[in-house]
Ligand binder design. Sequence first.
Ligand SMILES: Cc1ncc(COP(=O)(O)O)c(C=O)c1O
Length: 396
Amino acid sequence: MTSYKARIQQQLGLVQMLQASGLNTYSREVSSGCGPTMRVEGKECINFISNSYMGFSVHPKVIEAAKKALSKYGLGIGGSPLACGTTSLHLKLAERIAANYGTESALVFATGYQALAGTIQGLLGRGDVALLDNLDHRSIIDGCALSGVKIRSFIHNDMQDLEQLVERTAKQKGHRMLIVDSVYSMDGDVAKLAQINEICRSAGVTIMIDEAHSLGILGKNGKGLLEHFDMPNGADIISGTFSKFAGAVGGFTAADREVIDYLRHYSSPFVFSASIPPAVVAAVHTSFELLESEPEWHKLLWENVDFMLKGLKQLGFDTGNSETPVIPIMIRDTEKVLRMNRQLLDQGVYCSPVVHPGVPLKMERLRLGVMATHTSDHLSSALETFGRVGREYEVI
Ligand SMILES: Cc1ncc(COP(=O)(O)O)c(C=O)c1O
């Protein structure tokens, strides 16, 4: 048997066991839009599984914008952005992103994954060094693999370890770039931008941030990590996605004009992949407008985050260092996570079971994404269910 088939069989064994046990809550059939509740396996559930923190993907103005663009442009635009895939809508959205971050320019990618991986692949190469937080998102790691850059990691959010890493790599010949998530996707804690700048700037290390879970969420006006810390020049390269605050699809990179002009011609996922459909671009642009015209959603989101963090802690759950809409409930046991998640889903609460290799062993957890559109009834009822299931499994 070939080695790849042996590996597949070994891994598939786990998936088949999961399916046979009835514990599989991955890829369940969803038959509604992504609101504060969702229809899952034919049943209405409170939605804690999505990253659509603002709930904009089902906002009437967003749907209307998509419909209008669909009527004008049709479904897709039939090519890569470098060919015919750059419509006036794509240009307008890129301008909006650059304005959000105060950069000279920006580029729209088909997905957030492509934006991260494609920016790193474009900017770094063999001989360079990427300094990564050890909980950085997979798209960053895959971008490094594509580029051939050497990876050096530091302990998650540990600034002493970063400082030592910067010292240890000082004699490397190539360029050094630090790349971190603004908000960590499984833990919900925030990158320490001020300390990162103190350590990296004097050492000549470029700073790149992944704004996936931060744009629309952090900062007084939802402009992201730089606004949160009031550090408009806190990063050189800013990438992110439209799949979280806008609940859509697509990604971006914002930076100096020179960097963006270069990426437009040398980032493989940008050049060799089809452009994001105009209807999505129009809808994402409207989501940006909603951040300004309907600021109440941002306020509601943070009230809900506060309510859930306090409620879960009062029940006795361990929510790690989360301070954002991404809330882990630490369980530290794979089977318990799977059993609890199945039970929660059966009782009408849908969240993510996160096990190895998504997180390190003994760091298994349930992951919640809080939404601005959750009502207090949704949240109180979910807390009751979490409490009931948590007690049954002796987690609290
Ligand atoms: C931190 C982070 N970066 C990048 C991505 C990739 O974004 P997308 O799913 O929009 O391709 C994700 C999505 O899971 C993420 O959590």
